[in-house]
Design a binder for this molecule. Structure first.
Ligand code: UDX
Length: 438
């Protein structure tokens, strides 16, 4: 029964490709629609336009199975029963609000091709109220179809795992029938014991931004504690470990450092504030402004540590930067604290050399003026100071004794609080980190 459902995925970026490949791996026929012909050409060949562990293999396997196809032709969705909207909702260039252009045009584009009884399930992160507005629009353009909202919580680096084994499934629906269709689609995932939450449309939309706001708040909380630890000669890593043993607090997302970035957390908290203001509930989310400010301050604080080591004038000082992506196991540099710090140091006149296992190409596309190095040892050569900014495994595997002879000065600043301080100090390095005073 379940396997008879035909699916479409509208928008084949990070979320769409992951969702399409994962649903195909569950046995469904899936057609992915994407307006960018270059992306479609790659995907049709089973090539992934970005880096995500395990997704390349899954994509190739599902294309080969014949269940998964990609096209630029939106009319290819006409036989599908269930359509997942996976287009992006970036921050608008003129305000904090989300840009809904892609969501709106996706709905317009599919409307004429929806078959009677088709269910459209939005997965994109949208301001609360969008689903109701789209529902009203569909009632005009495609009264034969129905709308639901099904937010996505996947993390980059764990996209496949989070899609096939999510910690919950949330569906915002306005009828039992819509819930039933979504249950059919997720049957194998539900069978794993995944909690299933039925909500109304606004609540489903809110769950996503509420979750991301909470995560952002947790990170900024520990970074605020890092500031206090620095002022009071404490150690935020010990503090985080100690408070984390309280199960009400928990030990996850308490890693102090240069803060959060990426395509979700920063833009989602800003769009949430903008939406709250529109709703007349601005005050309720004032704290997110502080969360944002603490987060951006972490980037400046690490630059202050650099200046305290090298002096105010950074002109021509040679700085090695380890990491450009916003997190490891990703090639995503959107709003990356690491890349931001590299750019700021470059603009201050320093001679920065930047390394990343996966993020050089996208970083170069944004900031061609930076110097990038494919080889980590060449990056470190003659460095007067080294910054560890993205917590890739390979950086933790670096041997401080071995690289001591490569750099000019043995100064390591750990922007992620993940290197083994004792090991580096034993090898003669001056080791500094955010939130640790000594
Ligand atoms: C996030 C949410 O986790 C996910 O559920 C949602 O669907 C999309 O947004 P993602 O952007 O992939 O996922 O990254 P995440 O793992 O949440 O990390 C976000 C940022 O916070 C990274 O820059 C990371 O380095 C930083 N971070 C995370 C910290 O600085 N400290 C921590 O303790 C945890």
């Amino acid at each position: 029964m379940a396997m008879n459902l035909q699916l479409s995925v509208i928008g084949c970026g990070y979320l769409g490709v992951t969702h399409a490949a994962c649903m195909s791996s569950l046995g469904f026929n899936v057609v992915g629609v994407e307006t960018d012909a270059r992306k479609v050409a790659m995907l049709q060949k089973g090539e992934l336009p970005f880096y995500e562990p395990g997704l390349d293999t899954l994509l190739a396997q599902e294309i080969a199975s014949g269940r998964l196809t990609f096209t630029t032709d939106v009319s290819a969705i006409k036989d599908a029963d269930l359509h997942f909207i996976c287009v992006g909702t970036p921050q608008r260039s003129d305000s904090f609000a989300a840009d809904l252009t892609y969501v709106d045009s996706a709905i317009e584009a599919i409307a004429p091709h929806l078959k009677p009884g088709a269910l459209v399930a939005g997965k994109s992160t949208v301001p609360v109220g969008t689903a109701q507005r789209l529902r009203e629009r569909l009632a005009v353009t495609a009264p034969q179809a129905e709308l639901a909202w099904n937010p996505e919580f996947l993390r980059e680096g764990f996209a496949v795992e989070d899609t096939l084994r999510p910690n919950r499934l949330v569906v915002g629906v306005t009828s039992d029938r819509a819930e039933e269709i979504l249950k059919q689609a997720y049957e194998p995932v539900i069978a794993l014991g995944t909690p299933w939450i039925r909500a109304d449309l606004p609540t489903a939309e809110l769950v996503k931004v509420a979750a991301n706001s909470f995560l952002a708040t947790k990170i900024s909380f520990i970074n605020a504690m890092a500031e206090i630890c620095e002022a009071a000669d404490g150690d935020v890593t010990v503090l985080a470990q100690a408070i984390g043993y309280d199960p009400r607090i928990g030990n996850k997302f308490l890693q102090a450092g240069i803060g959060f970035g990426g395509g979700c957390l920063p833009k989602d908290i800003r769009a949430f504030m903008a939406r709250a203001e529109e709703l007349g509930a601005k005050q309720a989310l004032e704290f997110l402004r502080e969360v944002d400010a603490i987060n951006l301050r972490a980037r400046l604080r690490v630059i202050e540590v650099v200046r305290s080591e090298l002096g105010r004038d950074l002109t021509a000082r040679k700085i090695a930067i380890l990491g450009t992506t916003f997190k490891p196991d990703s090639d995503d540099v959107r709003d990356s604290p690491a890349l931001d710090i590299a750019v700021q140091l470059h603009r201050a006149g320093a001679q920065v050399l930047v390394h990343d296992p996966k993020g050089i190409k996208p970083a170069k596309a944004r900031f061609p003026e930076l110097n990038f190095e494919e080889d980590v040892y060449t990056t470190l050569k003659d460095a007067e100071l080294t910054l560890h900014l993205t917590e890739w495994k390979e950086y933790r595997a670096l041997d401080p004794v071995e690289i001591a002879s490569i750099v000019k000065d043995k100064i390591m600043i750990d922007g992620r609080n993940l290197l083994n301080r004792e090991l580096w100090r034993a090898a003669g390095w001056k080791f500094r980190a955010l939130g640790r005073s000594d």
